[in-house]
Design a protein around this ligand. Structure first.
Ligand code: B4P
Length: 191
């Protein structure tokens, strides 16, 4: 299996690139944000508990997120590999991912981070907020809070994977195709 973590702050383009990369490399794409949004749409219990956190720009609690991710991975045990998009976002989530993959005889192969300046992130998210209907994109205060939460709780994962020699940083500014090309160069060294 090839197991990739696509990393970066909110609006860095993780979801945008994951959709292209999953087809190109035949990997199963798991976006925790998308799974939460689908559950909100379907008004499930999981969706109802996630919504209040997401609308405020905060992280959904680890226990809820980890249980959901575990169930998603277990649905695809025969996959060629995974692209994890938006997960892990905390050290507890990274530990849980390592444990889950180890139980399958697997491990994270790489964390690939999209690097984008904060002001570009804010612009991208507010632009998407004009049409996406996403409450967390519509309001600048919430957008900035999401970026703050990223620095407070998530950015530490760069060191977590650097210590394991698994961290790769990629410039996330440019055309979508150019960025796919940069990510592909890293991935092709790994598979
Ligand atoms: P996510 O759904 O993961 O979303 P994201 O951070 O907004 O974005 P992403 O980086 O995927 O950006 P995208 O490609 O869409 O999280 C939303 C919320 O869910 C979190 O705040 C949290 O509450 C909750 N959540 C999710 N996972 C969690 C976890 N593990 N633990 C706890 N809570 C969790 O791109 C953004 C915009 O930029 C788009 O409009 C796109 O078109 C544009 N764009 C992309 N690439 C571009 C480029 N190269 N140039 C110009 N624009 C570009």
């Amino acid at each position: 299996m090839t197991n990739l973590v696509l990393f970066g702050p909110p609006g860095a383009g993780k979801g945008t690139q994951a959709i292209v990369l999953k087809e190109k490399y035949q990997l199963v794409h798991i976006s925790t944000g998308d799974v939460f949004r689908q559950n909100i749409k379907n008004q499930t219990e999981l969706g109802l508990s996630a919504k209040s956190f997401m609308d405020r720009g905060q992280l959904v609690p680890d226990e809820v997120t980890i249980n959901m991710l575990r169930a998603k991975v277990e649905e695809h045990k025969d996959a060629k590999g995974f692209i994890f998009d938006g997960f892990p976002r905390t050290v507890a989530q990274a530990d849980a991912l390592a444990e889950l993959l180890a139980s399958m005889g697997e491990d994270v192969d790489a964390m690939i981070a999209l690097e984008v300046d904060d002001e570009i992130l804010v612009q991208r998210l507010l632009e998407r907020g004009k049409t996406s209907g996403r409450a967390d994109d519509a309001d600048e205060t919430v957008v900035r809070r999401r970026i703050k939460v990223y620095y407070e709780e998530t950015a530490i994962l760069k060191e977590y994977y650097q210590k394991q020699d698994k961290y790769y940083g990629v410039n996330g500014v440019g055309s979508i195709e150019d960025i796919t090309g940069r990510l592909s160069k890293v991935i092709e060294k790994l598979i």
